[in-house]
Structure formats: C-alpha cells, structure tokens
Design a protein around this ligand. Structure first.
Ligand code: OGA
Ligand code: NI
Length: 209
C-alpha cells in the first residue's frame, strides 16, 4: 500500500531525471515526523551523536572546518522506532528502479545535527575510493525554521544556484555523483535525516575499489 499515488511518484521521478534534483514538501506525515524527532531527541540526551568525518572508512578524517555536524548511523534492525521511515525508503527505491531505471542495492542513513555556527563546505557525495552512492536523500526536520536561521542547502547549478530551506517534513533528492552542494552556516541547531541509496552495499566497496 502506497502513501502516494502513482501519478505523484511519476512526476517526482520525472523531475529528478530532468533536473538532477527534486524537492517535495510535506513528504513525511506528522506521525512519522514525531517518531523521528522523538528518537533524535532521545539520542541527543544520551549523547549518542558523534562527530562526522570526511571520506569513507578507508581515509576517515574529522575536520571541523569542513563539516561540523554530529551524526548517528541508523540501522533498520535495531532502530525499530523509525521503521516507518525505512518502509518509505523501500518504496522510494522501488520507484527509482521502475521510473528512473536506476539499479539500486542497499542504503545508508544517518541522523545529523549541525550545532549553531557549523556548516559543510561545498562538495559532492561520492568519494574517490568509493563511488557507489547513487541518490542522496534528505529529510529536513526543523519545525519552526525561519529566514535568518541559516543552514540552507546551496545547490550549485549551471542555470543558477538554488537555496533549499531546511524546513520540517521536506524531502530533497539529488543525484549523488553530479550535484555539488554546500550547507551554509546555521545560526540555530539544524536537524536532518540524510542518506544514500547505493549501487552496491557499502561493505563491499573495498572489493571493487
Ligand atoms: C551531506 C550533506 C546536506 C544537508 O551530509 O553530505 O551534504 O542539507 N548534507 O544536510
Ligand atoms: Ni553532501
């Protein structure tokens, strides 16, 4: 059973194919939003969020000047309080295979908190030694975001750059190998759920280099 009609999925997938990115407002329900944020707040209290690094596990570096977020990697088996999110991602993957002809197997997702004053420099989401990220998935979680709070995602685009405001329940998808982007400095704590749909499981990356 799908939350969204086939027509909606097709129009989003068409937009992604044409523009390399698509934004869908109110993508997640209020119920799912509350589940994700409830879990996120619990992790924050228990100090389970860790400084994010740059590069894959082979060349892991923590560089605060490049990227200042704190993350928690989600695991479907363990983190059952957000099982609704994983179900939605299964559905998304199925639509991408069917309507965009993207071959996908596997995914990785983390919760990310950018404390006030942090940012993420301009980059793309594929690494030199690991190029299996196909589609970047972002779900923004900032309920009362307003202009001046900062933390917009800047997409560098030939036809002009785009600023995406990180407002709650908004989905952003883009092609991981081509879309250059940057998280502008946030002036308030900024919350998101970020992930990647993969071409082959991350754990196998080293076999293929
Ligand atoms: C990333 C990233 C963008 C955002 O984690 O690679 O670019 O808007 N995040 O949080
Ligand atoms: Ni990125």
């Amino acid at each position: 059973m799908s939350v969204y009609s086939e027509e909606k999925w097709i129009s989003w997938m068409d937009e992604l194919s044409e523009k390399d990115y698509v934004i869908v407002d109110d993508f997640i329900t209020d119920e799912l939003y509350q589940q994700i944020m409830g879990f996120f707040k619990k992790l924050e209290e228990q100090e389970e969020l860790k400084k994010a690094g740059i590069g894959s596990s082979l060349d892991f570096q923590v560089k605060k000047e490049v990227r200042g977020d704190l993350i928690y990697w989600l695991e479907q088996q363990r983190d059952t309080s957000v099982s609704g999110f994983f179900e939605l991602m299964e559905e998304l993957s199925e639509k991408l295979r069917r309507f965009c002809f993207i071959s996908l197997s596997g995914s990785e997702f983390h919760l990310a908190k950018y404390p006030a004053g942090t940012h993420y420099d301009r980059h793309i989401d594929q690494f030199n030694n690991r190029n299996n990220r196909q589609i970047t998935v972002l779900i923004y979680l900032n309920e009362n975001w307003k202009k001046g709070d900062g933390g917009e995602l800047k997409i560098y685009n030939d036809d002009g750059n785009i600023l995406v405001e990180p407002i709650a329940k908004r989905l952003l998808l883009f092609k991981s190998d081509v879309v250059e982007h940057e998280v502008l400095k946030t002036n308030v704590p900024r919350y998101s759920l970020t992930g990647w749909l993969l071409h082959q499981p991350a754990a196998l990356g080293y076999l293929f280099g």
